[in-house]
Design a protein. Structure first.
Length: 287
């Protein structure tokens, strides 16, 4: 990552904090995005001083419609070009059956989890293209993108949309050598898990609640492994990997460069419709 400029949203807590530390230790220059100027200052002060690296703070609320334009202005004013964009910031959104959800909270979750990453890509991609040399966009997906997630409609809808958006954008950016991938991080022990526990089984459902309690008790998925996957996808080693949804926990992503041709020519690690033939059935019209 030495010499590269990386923007990380949600940079002050949970996975974002681990991403900041990992990319800094790998030699990257950082643009840190979060709502609180004080929290951004705290995170920056915890990094080892290195005059060869630069930190830019962007205290912007991603819930605001013009957040992407604000961030793009800060980027243009402070760094020569952007190489890596990591859309990490997310909110849980309302928990419980859709008809009981507070509508403004539902819309806010869609704004932060889906529309904000889309807007940031739209605003920042021209600068990545102009910088030359390609680049990497990494969108953090989450629960509900690959299977239904009852009582979390806003979160699941946004994350599913983010995955298909990423697949589509990856095709648009192929001519510019900019790859776009999503990461399924697994159930991490963060504030979002605490929200599920706080709401209880009555709102979240017994299975979701039990899983959240287990994650709190046992620690959940490794945040560092997610950060390692982000560094891998941002590195030149992964320059031919694009348009994929990759599990940090389960997928053998370190070996992907050995299978670039197979990945590029298939729908492996993508969202697709399942037809009867895929499950060995003969009663469909897809033969």
């Amino acid at each position: 990552m030495t010499g590269k400029y990386c923007l990380i949203t949600g940079a002050t807590r949970g996975l974002g904090n681990v991403l900041v530390r990992s990319f800094w230790e790998a030699g990257a220059n950082l643009v840190l995005v979060a709502r609180s100027p004080g929290a951004l200052d705290r995170v920056a002060s915890e990094l080892d001083s290195n005059p060869a690296q630069k930190i830019v703070r962007a205290a912007v609320d991603l819930a605001l419609p013009d957040a992407a334009d604000q961030i793009a202005s800060i980027v243009q004013a402070n760094i020569p070009h952007l190489n890596v964009l990591i859309n990490n910031a997310a909110v849980q959104g309302p928990i419980g059956p859709l008809w009981n959800n507070e509508w403004r909270a539902w819309l806010s979750a869609i704004q932060i989890n889906l529309l904000s990453p889309v807007a940031l890509c739209r605003s920042l991609i021209p600068g990545i293209i102009k910088g030359g040399g390609g680049g990497s966009i990494i969108n953090i997906s989450g629960g509900g993108a690959t299977s239904p997630r009852a009582n979390f409609t806003a979160y699941a809808t946004a994350k599913t949309g983010l995955v298909r958006f990423s697949e589509t954008l990856a095709e648009e950016l192929r001519p510019h050598a900019i790859r776009v991938n999503c990461i399924a991080p697994g159930a991490m022990n963060t504030a979002m898990i605490a929200e599920v526990v706080d709401r209880g089984a009555g709102a979240a459902g017994q299975n979701e609640y039990a899983q959240a309690v287990k994650v709190q008790r046992e620690g959940g998925a490794s945040l560092q492994r997610v950060a390692d996957l982000c560094i891998f996808l941002a590195s030149d080693t992964a320059r031919e990997i694009t348009g994929k949804l990759i599990s940090a926990v389960w997928d053998p992503w370190a070996s992907f460069p050995e299978h670039v041709g197979e990945l590029d020519e298939s729908d492996i690690y993508t969202l697709r419709r399942i037809v009867p033939r895929d499950r060995g059935k003969t009663w469909g019209n897809d033969q």
